[in-house]
Ligand binder design. Sequence first.
Ligand SMILES: Nc1ncnc2c1ncn2[C@@H]1O[C@H](COP(=O)(O)OP(=O)(O)OP(=O)(O)O)[C@@H](O)[C@H]1O
Length: 333
Amino acid sequence: MGSSFSLCYPSDKTFTINGVKYTVNRILGEGGFSFVYLVKENTGSKKYALKVMICQTQESINTAKREINAFQTFNHANIMKLIDHSVSNHSQDTKEYKLLLPYYKDGTLQDLIDNQRTIHGKDTKKPLFKEKTCLEFFSKVCEAIQVFHNHSPPLAHRDIKPGNIALHNLRRLSNNDNNNNIVGNDNDSDIEAIPILMDFGSVREARIKVENRKEALSLQDEVEQNTTPFYRAPELFDIPSDCQIDERIDVWALGCLLYTMAYNNSPFEVCDNEPNGSVALKVLSGLPKPFPPPQSNYSNQFNQLIIDMVNLNKDERLHLNQVIERINQIIQS
Ligand SMILES: Nc1ncnc2c1ncn2[C@@H]1O[C@H](COP(=O)(O)OP(=O)(O)OP(=O)(O)O)[C@@H](O)[C@H]1O
């Protein structure tokens, strides 16, 4: 990270967007060609997240443009808002896109899951959420994605994962104590938060017809750069020369997300000591057996919903409106 870090971290620790100066406090996260900083407006005390994308290729410029375009197209309570943005020529061949975003101090769903997985230094399967709060949170994520699917033409997010869901108003609910610690550490713990979907560089038209080898290879290249293997639908691992994909790649990822929220890891996670390529093998074998895992804390209907979303056959996989209906039925039952 050394060289790219110095490339996008100014020596005076300030960034200017449309004439307004912001000072960097610390790094919040980083991606392939971007850094996200916690910044403070120089003339005020308000904190923001600033995503700086250093684009050295046409593909990365297109990704930045797509991200800005998605921010500007949608306005929804569970979709992150863009406060301001600017683009400048960083050097002869490099453009710098700066996106000023609201700062979510509670981090992402991934941070919460990572904390829950290791309580007191021990690996744990203790659930983070009770079923009802889990489904209420998840249904808001689905509603945010539905806004993309209902667009004309339908769009797919393509990179749904816990690291792309920020948390707003996080509260720990517990029968045993009333504090607001982030980490749940007993079986009675429960979490309440408003999910905020973010990271729109991967957003594309959802319905794609592949008609030859060249198109298949180009789509393969694109999904490998823009999607996360643990949440990637099986039809995107070895794309044939004659096929159609649609918005149900997001439903697969959402099914994996619901599994992760319930069981603290993605169904297709591989350990560091497992060989390369084993994610694809795992995905193509479907949900890990036995499913549901022994001593699941969740109802049969909840687990059946995961099965019907993480369906290897994309033509039998649920559509998002069916998912939302099923969630409402389970919550009301
Ligand atoms: N508004 C925000 N408030 C707080 N933290 C944020 C915010 N935006 C981003 N982050 C942090 O920065 C990380 C990277 O952000 P983002 O996913 O937008 O970048 P990215 O470069 O597209 O990353 P990736 O490609 O790995 O998903 C997030 O996982 C989160 O930890």
